[in-house]
Design a protein around this ligand. Structure first.
Ligand SMILES: C[S@@+](CC[C@H](N)C(=O)[O-])C[C@H]1O[C@@H](n2cnc3c(N)ncnc32)[C@H](O)[C@@H]1O
Length: 136
């Protein structure tokens, strides 16, 4: 097994490379940090990009659908989302497993354009002009 360390917003794997991606609380961390919507949109776009069509992004989270689906269902993400709730005892927090299955791309240009639109919109909402230089 290889152990690669990199930024989830900029993965250096090639397109359509993996059958399955497993996230355990990395998106949770990103959505609790700086520019949560923008950085989650970037990381999720990278997951989509490196998944094969039909591949699955499995996201294990403490976030319920009210908190998580806004990220998983953004316009640039062409996948089907299913959720499983793992309820344990009343004392323990619930765990949610989101399984996102990448659909077949009709046109990569269309999805690139949607991603660009999402980025511009979220940058305007979450970033000051000075910050934008950090991620370009
Ligand atoms: C809550 S911990 C979960 C760690 C591990 N998956 C686990 O379940 O024990 C969140 C992890 O996300 C990592 N993380 C946060 N932002 C990241 C990013 N942009 N790229 C890669 N990892 C990131 C943090 O460094 C941290 O290790």
């Amino acid at each position: 097994m290889n152990w690669d360390v990199m930024d989830a917003r900029n993965l250096y794997y090639r397109d359509a490379h993996f059958d399955v991606i497993l996230d355990k609380s990395t998106i949770d961390a990103i959505t609790r940090g700086k520019h949560p919507n923008l950085y989650a949109a970037m990381a999720l776009n990278e997951c989509q990009r490196i998944l094969k069509p039909g591949g699955k992004f499995v996201c294990i989270s403490h976030d319920d659908p009210d908190r998580r689906e806004v990220h998983l269902r953004r316009e640039h993400l062409n996948w089907r989302v299913k959720m499983l709730k793992m309820s344990r005892s009343e004392k323990e927090v619930d765990i949610y497993i989101y399984v996102c299955t990448r659909l077949i791309d009709e046109s990569s240009e269309l999805w690139d354009k949607k991603y660009e639109g999402v980025l511009v919109d979220l940058m305007k909402k979450e970033m000051k002009e000075d910050d934008i230089a950090d991620i370009i």
